[in-house]
Design a binder for this molecule. Structure first.
Ligand SMILES: N[C@@H](CCC(=O)N[C@@H](CS)C(=O)NCC(=O)O)C(=O)O
Length: 217
């Protein structure tokens, strides 16, 4: 059996959530770059693996899985030494799942909307409403942390990785001021100190942040 293969590019937050998980569990994986700009996600070969043509896709033991949330929970279940990143306890797992669904259905789509604004679309009202929606998502996140250190309690879970990859990207569009969001600000500080942070999230984030700066100027 070969190594699990992760297809994607680290510009993508969804891909970076998979890289964070892979590094956290010490997974020996192969990374295959898929460039969206070069339309490599629309090739016949890639569409056979993932007809939805999204990145990331994981290929493990000849089988393919896509959607980062499905991938990260699968990787922990199959390869992690314990269940701390995705607890088996039903209530704890439900809390992690809720955070993952929030990332997927609220935070990530609200971030994606920001990529539609640029030199050819500067509709100020639409832009303002998109920014307000993001600030509302930050408010929710601040409440989710509550008195805990992490998003689903007092230890790190895949919910933190999923939210981290997207949150660290979206703050390029709408900063989360420390005074207004003290809990998510401390959480972000804590997560950036993870030994694998730079490799798994920081490097790709620098590239996409430079792109966002250029498109927003
Ligand atoms: N919910 C999906 C989102 C994946 C997604 O939409 N990825 C974008 C890049 S960040 C993509 O593949 N876009 C190309 C396409 O949909 O054709 C996940 O978490 O994996």
């Amino acid at each position: 059996m070969g190594k699990p293969i992760i297809y994607g590019t680290d510009l993508s937050p969804a891909v970076r959530s998979v890289l964070l998980t892979a590094h956290a569990i010490g997974l020996d994986y192969e990374f295959r770059e898929i460039s969206l700009q070069k339309n490599e996600h629309k090739t016949e070969e890639y569409l056979k693996k993932n007809p939805q043509h999204t990145i990331p896709t994981l290929e493990d033991d000849g089988k393919c899985i896509w959607d980062s949330h499905a991938i990260i929970t699968y990787l922990v279940g199959k390869y992690a030494k314990d269940d701390s990143l995705y607890p088996k306890d039903l209530y704890k797992r439900a809390v992690v799942d809720q955070r993952l669904h929030f990332e997927s259905s609220v935070l990530s789509p609200r971030m994606s909307r920001m990529f539609t604004f640029g030199p050819s679309n500067k509709d100020p009202q639409a832009l303002e409403s998109a920014k307000t929606a993001i600030l509302e998502a930050y408010d929710f996140l601040e409440k989710f942390i509550g008195s805990n250190q992490y998003f689903a309690g007092d230890s790190l879970t895949v919910a933190d990785f999923s939210i981290l990859a997207t949150f660290s990207t979206v703050i390029n569009f709408v900063p989360a001021e420390q005074g207004k969001f003290p809990k998510i600000s401390s959480w972000l500080d804590r997560l950036t100190k993870l030994p694998y942070y730079q490799k798994a999230n920081g490097e790709g984030l620098e590239k996409i942040s430079a792109f966002i700066k250029k498109m927003s100027s």
